[in-house]
Ligand binder design. Structure first.
Ligand code: COA
Length: 333
């Protein structure tokens, strides 16, 4: 049976990948000094040992630029051919303009269509599908898709339900048309049911007053970890199974699962639900924690040596909104 979601004249293929994480580390032992927690508890309940924290004088765009420069060096790419640039972030440098515009300026790109996508931890997958769609139209030949978040700027350092999880980082992929490899299918979903369970309520038009925000601590990320945990496993597993089903694939045909890196137990839970063989799930949560929109490209970037040209990858993510999804792609590098 032909999959109408996946039929296209050519694919948007990943032809380069880059990443950046700040040098500064925040270990579990640092957190023991800040709140009532322990290295043992954090490792057992999340799988995280440390995260990277951006210095205060920098912002999301700076990490995005570093990731792009890393990609260009590693894959010998010429930025002047880029015609669209998408930044997935929920921690923009400023409310306006878009962080993508700031990144374009810092990279000296004067003629690109640059815009942001805010889908929290699902941001990279949303942006990848958008970028792939642009390439598939034939109107865009070289598209940069960046996932970048400076979430530490919004973490209450004394809140042990969030400070243990999050870290900063940026990852990027370069998309180009290909007849052989690339994004095959994507299943993206969202609803508004998650607002009370995972949010940063301050800084937008509802609560724009920065002084008032600090008084009521609305500028911090807040969550109900248990609700998010359960929804994350169910939603990512459902999205992966949906993609498998409509592409007539069994999980054994997928070479690598690349899940959003939120909690090692969530990653394991998704793997168990979709019954992927042990050892075929990529992870780097131990050293970076949850870097929001950056987790998936950073995880692929770090594990690139494991991937062979032609491998089938299933990417899946879940985040605030709630938002979630899964993408299927054939690796082309
Ligand atoms: N350090 C030490 N103890 C902690 C703790 C911490 N950081 N956080 C909670 N505890 C304690 C609780 O007080 C509780 O103690 P009790 O049994 O004596 O009452 C116990 O540990 C279990 O707490 P619980 O809240 O059930 O922990 P958990 O196993 O659900 O783990 C999270 C908490 C936040 C790590 C987990 O719920 C989670 O990862 N949720 C998903 C969050 C997420 O991924 N968000 C981003 C989505 S993209």
């Amino acid at each position: 049976m032909q999959n109408i979601y996946a039929s296209k004249p050519y694919y948007a293929s990943i032809t380069g990948i880059g990443g950046y994480v700040p040098l500064n580390k925040r270990t579990n032992f640092d957190l023991e000094e800040l709140c009532d927690t322990s290295d043992e508890w954090i490792v057992k309940r999340t799988g995280i040992k440390e995260r990277r924290i951006l210095d205060k004088e920098f912002a999301t765009s700076d990490m995005a630029v570093m990731a792009v420069q890393n990609l260009c060096t590693q894959f010998d790419k010429d930025l002047s051919s880029v015609d669209a640039l998408i930044v997935a972030t929920s921690t923009p440098d400023v409310m306006m303009p878009a962080t993508a515009n700031i990144v374009a300026k810092k990279l000296d790109l004067d003629n690109v269509w640059a815009f942001d996508i805010n889908a929290a931890c699902s941001g990279f997958l949303y942006a990848l599908d958008m970028g792939a769609s642009l390439v598939e139209t034939g109107r865009y030949k070289n598209v940069l898709v960046i996932g970048a978040d400076n979430i530490s700027a919004f973490v209450d350092i004394h809140d042990r339900s969030t400070n243990i999880l999050f870290g900063d980082g940026a990852g990027v992929v370069w998309l180009e048309p290909s007849l052989d490899n690339g994004v095959i299918d994507a299943y993206m979903q969202s609803n508004g049911n998650g607002r009370e369970f995972l949010n940063i309520e301050g800084g937008g038009s509802l609560h724009p007053d920065s002084k008032g925000l600090i008084d009521v601590e609305k500028h911090y990320i807040r969550q109900d970890g248990k609700v998010v945990f359960k929804q994350a496993i169910q939603s990512m597993a459902h999205a992966c199974n949906e993609v498998l089903k409509r592409n007539n694939l069994s999980i054994d045909q997928v070479d690598w699962l690349v899940p959003h890196q939120a909690n090692k137990r969530i990653i394991d839970g998704v793997g168990k639900e979709i019954k992927i063989e042990m050892g075929r799930t990529l992870s780097n949560i131990e050293y970076f924690g949850n870097t929001i929109a950056a987790t998936i490209p950073l995880c692929i970037w770090e594990n690139i040596k494991l991937l062979q040209k032609g491998d089938l990858l299933m990417l899946t993510a879940f985040g605030a909104g709630f938002s979630w999804g899964a993408s299927l792609l054939r690796w082309g590098i």
